[in-house]
Structure formats: C-alpha cells, structure tokens
Design a protein around this ligand. Structure first.
Ligand SMILES: [Zn+2]
Ligand SMILES: [Zn+2]
Length: 158
C-alpha cells in the first residue's frame, strides 16, 4: 500500500503514523479533521456507533469503558482502544472517546481482522462516511456533530 499523494510505502503495522480518511495516507500528506479527534462523551460515541452500524448494516457493538484506571494514566496515544472481535465489543481507554478511534475499532469488528489491508480500507471508508455527516452537521439524535466555532474558545474576562 502506498500513500496516494507522495507514494511512500505505508506500513499498516505502524498505523499510528497513517491517516485513514477515504484512502490511506501518510501523516505528512494528510491529517484528521478536528472533529474526528476531539474527545467526546462515551454516550455520544455510543450514539455514533449505533448510527454507523445501522448505516453499514452491522449488528450493534458493545462499547465499554476501561475498568482499570491504572491503564488510563499511562501515556496514552491519541487513538486508544481495543476491539474484541468475537465479543463484538470495544473497550476505550481514556482519552479514547474519539470518532477516529471508534472507526478504527469498528473496522476490526466488521472485518474480523487485525491491521490488514481489508481493515485499513474499512477504517478509511468509515471515516469518510462520518466526515460527510459531520460536514452536514448530521450527528446522532441529541448531539451536535460539530462544535460551534466559538466552543472551546476561552471567554474573555474583563
Ligand atoms: Zn504521503
Ligand atoms: Zn487496531
């Protein structure tokens, strides 16, 4: 697999250095949009998960919080969770409630595969779909897909 922009050979084992968005890119050529990597509540991620599963015709997936707080305290990479293919469950490690993480793990469950080529294509496809929903601000019911441009900007204090 090669980056469609610069032609670099992509090593799926080092998926943390790659960007899965429609296609698979090296991280020098492409990056995730802010909405894909900003942390969200578990409830919100659950709602996205149901929406994605429904759209792609997959049975629902169980999302769990990591029960061991010691693990969360380690220096967690931005995308952190693990999928149990057989149990169809995803366990998130804080700070792991991100849409990109969800798509990564759902792709494992949908394909039943590790970091394979099929998994990579599925991950990229899920991200692309989520992105269109964000662009249209059509998130799951009860949640805004996009933050207002003012959210997160500190209010000026006089
Ligand atoms: Zn590249
Ligand atoms: Zn993985």
């Amino acid at each position: 697999m090669e980056c469609p922009n610069c032609g670099a050979v992509l090593d799926l084992a080092n998926h943390g250095d790659l960007v899965f968005d429609g296609r698979v890119w090296c991280d020098r050529c492409h990056e995730y949009g802010r909405e894909l990597i900003r942390p969200r509540d578990l409830k919100e991620i659950q709602a996205w998960s149901s929406m994605i599963c429904q759209e792609f015709g997959f049975p629902p997936v169980l999302l769990e919080e990591n029960p061991d707080p010691a693990v969360s305290r380690q220096d967690a990479p931005v995308l952190m969770a693990e999928a149990e293919h057989r149990r169809r469950s995803i366990r998130f490690y804080a700070p792991g409630y991100r849409l990109a993480t969800l798509c990564h793990e759902l792709a494992h469950i949908y394909t039943g595969q590790d970091h394979s080529r099929d998994w990579a294509m599925m991950f990229a496809q899920l991200v692309a779909w989520v992105k269109t929903r964000i662009a249209e601000d059509r998130g799951p019911q009860g949640f805004r897909a996009r933050l207002s441009i003012y959210a997160g900007v500190p209010q000026r204090v006089y």
